[in-house]
Design a protein around this ligand. Structure first.
Ligand code: GCW
Length: 670
């Protein structure tokens, strides 16, 4: 039986080790719960489904355990010591009076606990003495879909949209339920279902009815629905003359619309807004600020529990400016003016989801604003669906970065979880990589990035290796040696990708528009800041964008400790070097090579490493089901071809400036 990947990491195949199976069977004789809530029912059903698959037996539900032992008990809201230290979505799993008790303050906590217990069994842990207390670090753990009404997905590489707008609300695609299960299993509790380049159509009664149908499916899995809105909707949809956020008619329109939405979806999550960015309408069209726009929507949301998520991804077409500074500059004067219901959602880096960016300078610089994180799970600049690139290390590199906002240890993670500046709310969003492909993400390994995003949003202290280990054990193989090999492969994949695409802190040199493949020579585009030459600044002297003051003073946006870390070309981490310095081709780097030689070395080494990844994958042939094995094998061939493409395009382009030969050891003699 070939595995088509559709079950993601929730495979629940029968455990082959009989002894291990018996030990679990002895502890799962029944599932008991008394709390009447759809979410607790979801938890119980999921446990039943999991046990049936993994242990090969149907476990029944019990209302009253009356002294029985050896089962699973689901408890909500008990005053017991076990829930005292729990946050709303947190859970405790303990062996109490002969039963495994999952307790939580809320039904969702029980659901997350149930998935944790299943994960323990799926990964072969001993649960006989289980004792876990677990709270999420971030409150809103969210996917952002860039899905359009016509079924396309912006930057989607796994088929068309998973939302079947033409079928809704009448037909519910069973995949919505699989999607909800997968998300709940990793703690994701919110989703915005349409593209931030938003069509007003999503606010029409026709679409609200469809969105309601989706919300009804997701609710029992603890997932709330958000809508991305088009800021000009009062004009385009409501027929008003303006969408000026200070206009009373406009405000009334949003108030009424927000009420109307709640008639369909009583627990509506809120709005997500891209405004005055890349041609989208916004408050600046009327001389107003981002805060004016966001606060207007927050006011409309006041009677309800929902919130407003306002994106900080803004920049203007200025050939002499530095896009690096735009979000910071436009939002900095507004710190302290946003309504408490507003979260400003900031991309991890200042440019745009490049394979490696320094953390966004807004983190740590906005003490009076709740900042949310926006990661991109879909791999727009990271090999799309053909390159194997495991993203957990990238997410973590950003979260672990120290902003020094309040001295050492002021990490980006602590800005995001609200602990550094005492914010009540917190948000981590990931741009989804899901599509209509049978296996959801096209590249089987891209599933791991969805998985890793959810796990890190729940707990950013988990290591990339641990997350990979969980995913591999649940998804690919139970063979320990094979698991370790795959883990190594995943852990090296991001540095390898960066080597043959964007080494040494280069950025934004991809093909125009589609963003697939290299185009470092791109010098003319619709906008100066969409070209490659704007970013790499190659000339006869050297390579890189000086942001230490000569060309741009962007480095000054960071705290002194951070400036110190990156400000001196002799000491700057080579991974960030060309983000901040224009380095002469002939300069000796800490590796002992000149910049030119080092650049060539990394491009060439990247290709070699892909070849090693191929060989390593080949050695796993007998451990992985054929369909997945061949799927990855084929994609690795594309990856090798395209690594060569990146290498040759970039090296042969930069050689025209460096005017030096490719170092001899890299090129075999003719
Ligand atoms: O990364 C860029 C993408 C756009 C995207 C934009 C954004 C949704 O190329 O496709 O638009 O970012 O984040 O708004």
């Amino acid at each position: 039986f070939a595995d088509d990947g559709s079950r993601l990491w929730l495979k629940y195949d029968l455990l082959k080790d009989t002894q291990q199976r018996e030990s679990y069977i002895a502890l799962t004789k029944y599932i008991s719960f008394t709390h009447d809530s759809p979410i607790v029912a979801t938890a119980a059903n999921e446990l039943q489904l999991g046990f049936e698959g993994l242990l090969g037996k149907k476990v029944s539900f019990l209302r009253n355990i009356s002294g029985k032992t050896g089962g699973i008990v689901l408890e909500v809201n008990s005053d017991g010591a076990s829930v005292q230290n729990l946050a709303d979505d947190g859970f405790a799993i303990n062996h109490l009076k002969g039963n495994i008790v999952i307790s939580a303050k809320t039904p969702s906590g029980v659901l997350y606990g149930a998935f944790e217990l299943l994960r323990n069994i799926q990964t072969g842990k001993n649960i006989s003495k289980i004792a876990i207390t677990n709270n999420p670090k971030v409150k809103i753990r969210m996917l952002n879909h860039w899905d359009n009404a016509n079924g396309t997905v912006e930057r989607g590489y796994a088929g068309s949209s998973m939302w079947k707008w033409t079928e809704l609300p009448f037909r519910i695609d069973p995949r919505y339920i699989q999607y909800a299960r997968a998300n709940a299993s990793i703690g994701i509790n919110a989703t915005s279902i349409n593209n931030v380049n938003a069509s007003s159509r999503f606010l029409t009664p026709e679409y609200l009815e469809k969105i309601k149908a989706v919300a009804d499916v997701l609710r029992p899995y603890g997932i709330s629905v958000f809508i991305s809105v088009n800021f000009a909707s009062p004009r385009t949809l409501g027929g008003l003359k303006t969408s000026d956020p200070l206009d009373p008619e406009v405000r009334k329109w949003w108030n009424d619309k927000t009420k109307e939405i709640h008639e369909y979806i009583h627990d509506f999550g809120g709005f997500l807004v891209k405004a005055n960015s890349e041609g989208q309408p916004g408050p600046q069209d009327y001389g107003r600020t981002h805060a004016d726009g966001a606060n207007m929507l927050a006011e409309a949301m006041r009677p309800f529990k929902g919130i407003v998520i306002w994106r900080a991804f803004v920049y203007k077409a200025d050939p002499n400016g530095d896009r690096f500074k735009e979000g910071y500059d436009q939002f900095k004067p507004l710190d302290g003016t946003f309504d408490p219901k507003v979260i400003v959602q900031v991309k991890n880096g200042p440019i745009d989801f490049m394979p490696r960016e320094p953390f966004h300078p807004m983190f740590g610089a906005f003490p009076k604003t709740t900042l949310g994180m926006e990661f991109q799970i879909t791999q727009e600049y990271l090999g799309q669906s053909t390159h194997l690139t495991y993203l957990a290390p990238m997410f973590k590199e950003c979260l672990d970065s120290d902003t020094y906002a309040q001295g050492k240890g002021s990490t980006v993670a602590r800005v995001i979880d609200g602990s550094l500046e005492s914010h009540q709310n917190s948000l981590m969003a990931g741009v989804a990589n899901t599509g209509s492909d049978v296996n959801w993400t096209a590249h089987p390994f891209n599933q791991a990035n969805w998985y890793a995003f959810g796990r890190l949003a729940w707990d950013y202290n988990l290591s990339s290796e641990q997350i990979a280990a969980e995913w591999i054990a649940m998804t690919l193989t139970k063979n320990k040696t094979a698991q370790d090999k795959i883990n190594t492969l995943m852990m090296q994949s991001l540095p390898v990708y960066i080597s043959y695409t964007y080494p040494l802190g280069t950025a934004h040199m991809m093909g125009e528009g589609h963003h697939y493949g290299p185009e470092p020579w791109l010098a003319k585009s619709g906008r100066p800041d969409w070209t490659s030459v704007y970013y790499h600044r190659a000339d006869s002297v050297g390579l890189g964008f000086d942001r230490t003051g000569k060309v741009s003073n962007a480095l000054s946006l960071y705290k002194p400790e951070v400036r110190k870390q990156w400000g001196n070309a002799d000491e700057c981490d080579l991974n960030y070097l060309l983000w901040f310095h224009h380095v002469p081709w002939t300069k000796k780097l800490s590796t002992g090579r000149t910049l030119w030689d080092e650049l060539c070395f990394r491009y060439y080494d990247g290709v070699e490493q892909v070849r090693k990844m191929q060989t390593n994958w080949e050695s796993l042939k007998n451990e992985i089901d054929t369909e997945t094995f061949e799927n990855v094998q084929g994609r690795l061939k594309i990856q090798e071809k395209e690594a060569l493409w990146w290498r040759d395009a970039c090296v042969l382009y930069f050689i025209t400036y460096a005017k030096m030969p490719i170092p001899a050891p890299l090129v075999p003699p003719a």
